[in-house]
Write a protein that binds this ligand. Structure first.
Ligand SMILES: [Zn+2]
Ligand SMILES: [Zn+2]
Length: 148
């Protein structure tokens, strides 16, 4: 469905990349680390296999932060754009990139919300997608009663 190369970039345009064949298994992640790193209600990381990812410019500029849980988040040191995520195991089966850094809309949509147990109180999820308390497949999030 996304067989054509699509370009992505950071806000200042120093770091550019191209991807194709984006995995259908896309989630909006509400965990605290994603929220902090993106400065937003949730993060949407998409995955491609390494042969479907190329840097076009700026690869050597990329800065990285390793969180206490061993995951690594990569960003542009010039403009601060959140770009990539690497799991703690260092598995390179997939390249995870922030979907919003694509230059044009991908014909692909998230199919779940994950880690909703940690979502911001001011963030309301009502798009009908399954909301997992933790990772995909964990128990479903149920709204707390107002008295909680
Ligand atoms: Zn930048
Ligand atoms: Zn997350």
């Amino acid at each position: 469905m996304t067989k054509k190369w699509m370009n992505g970039s950071c806000l200042c345009g120093e770091i550019t990349y191209q991807v194709k064949d984006i995995s259908e298994r896309l989630s909006n992640c509400h965990c605290k680390m994603c929220r902090k790193f993106h400065g937003a209600a949730y993060a949407t990381y998409a995955a491609v296999t390494p042969e479907n990812f190329n840097f076009l410019s700026g690869e050597t500029l990329i800065a990285a932060y390793q969180a206490p849980n061993g995951t690594t988040r990569k960003f542009c040191p010039n403009c601060g754009t959140s770009l990539f995520f690497e799991s703690a195991t260092g598995s390179n089966d997939h390249v995870y990139f922030a979907l919003s850094t694509l230059d044009a809309a991908a014909a692909i949509k998230p199919s779940a919300h994950i880690f909703t147990k940690y979502k911001a109180d001011w963030s309301f999820v009502d798009d009908g997608l399954p909301c997992y308390e933790e990772e995909r497949g964990s128990s479903l999030y149920t709204k707390k009663a107002a008295s909680d």
